[in-house]
Design a protein around this ligand. Sequence first.
Ligand code: F6R
Length: 236
Amino acid sequence: MKFIEVENYEKLSRIASGIICAQVIVKPCSVLGLATGSSPLGTYKNMIEAYENGDVDFSKVKSVNLDEYVGLTGDHEQSYRRFMNDNLFSKINIPMEETHVPNGCATDIEKEGKDYDALIKSLGGIDLQLLGIGLDGHIGFNEPDSFFTAGTHKVELDESTIEANARFFQSKDEVPRFAITMGMEGIMQAKKVLLIANGAAKKEIVEKAFYGPITPEVPASILQLHPDLTVIYSKN
Ligand code: F6R
């Protein structure tokens, strides 16, 4: 594991973007695993700038996102599909049809999970997976549990996750209770994993996840077993 601590969010975002852009420059047809939430916003901003400056071309890139709320259509303001379209996809030259987000409105969510895993396999797996981390140690929406789940699956969100995500909705009651998330197999099979975390509030969980015991009670701790993991943390 490479653990990089930097002084602020701006630097974290520039470094993370640099790592992702370097991946695409070296392998233009990369499959990028992408995340939503506030952590990657600065990274995406820097990736857009790199694209606008002509430093990187995303035209051959394919992407798979980690997760989606169950019950939100792709055009819902708070859906993760909409987040990705607004904050990245519509601002770079990745072909929209090559961007994938689990369908939270699928009638059969279990089948959607299996199909999503088959899709990732058919793309040849993920070259680089970008991750954030929840205050309870979740990655994707793999919440603390007594076991790790391998495939893409439906999860019930923890109360702390609902509370943390309520800031994006009008009220806490509007936050969906369920999500569909890539499981640990999809994440762990990525060739490279890049996890970004910022803020003093995340210090404790970052320490637990990367310097504590490997346990499904702290889902991100499984990443300690990944052969090519980079963690970037900034306190501010
Ligand atoms: C989002 C995701 C989540 C977030 C995590 C941290 O696709 O998978 O695991 O990365 O909840 O969220 P922020 O970055 O908003 O603190």
